[in-house]
Design a protein around this ligand. Structure first.
Ligand SMILES: CC(C)(COP(=O)(O)OP(=O)(O)OC[C@H]1O[C@@H](n2cnc3c(N)ncnc32)[C@H](O)[C@@H]1OP(=O)(O)O)[C@@H](O)C(=O)NCCC(=O)NCCS
Length: 151
């Protein structure tokens, strides 16, 4: 397995569709956030295939006023590779990159089914943030992590 690396949007749309949109051919898998200046996509390859990815971009947190807040979306590990520590590898590399860039807060709308994963990484669940995703209708909570910074 390769280390996490920057990947292109067109390399991860299929993964987004399969893992996060039940392989629905009609589901939009390119969204407005992908066009936010600074947005990047971090991926994990098995050979040439991208088998895990997450996308991050600057965005204010609905919960905490912060100096340099970012959001991530579309966190996905190919089903065949889940439960092997790859999600942790990907998020930990994302955190390292964002700390390097002076980001002070990372947040996301986490699927309720994945909240245990985010707990394990060290995110905090935002109290009273339960909501249904406008994209999928699935139950979510917001999760946040304040990042160390020295400026
Ligand atoms: C959720 C997901 C990203 C996790 O990635 P993964 O590679 O399977 O997770 P890892 O193997 O790195 O797990 C890291 C830790 O989280 C825990 N964990 C992983 N998925 C979990 C889940 N769904 N519920 C509870 N805990 C979970 C693991 O037990 C592990 O704990 P440990 O380090 O204490 O042993 C992945 O399973 C996935 O893509 N799921 C489907 C899509 C999805 O829900 N994406 C998130 C949208 S918000």
């Amino acid at each position: 397995m390769n280390a996490p690396e920057m990947v292109q949007l067109d390399e991860i749309t299929d993964l987004r569709r399969r893992v996060l949109r039940a392989d629905d051919p009609a589901a939009p898998v390119i969204v407005a956030e992908d066009a936010i200046p600074g947005c990047f996509h971090l991926g994990l390859r098995n050979g040439q295939d991208v088998i895990g990815a997450v996308s991050a971009f600057p965005c204010p947190s609905p919960d905490l006023d912060h100096q340099n807040p970012w959001q991530f979306r579309f966190m996905a590990i190919d089903e065949a590779f889940q439960g092997q520590g790859l999600g942790r590898v990907l998020i930990e590399e994302l955190l390292r990159i964002l700390v390097d860039r002076g980001v002070t807060l990372l947040w996301a709308n986490g699927r309720d089914t994945a909240l245990g994963f985010y707990d394990a990484i060290g995110f905090t669940r935002v109290p009273d943030s339960a909501h249904a995703s406008p994209s999928t209708g699935l139950p979510h909570h917001r999760i946040v992590m304040e990042l160390p910074h020295d400026r």
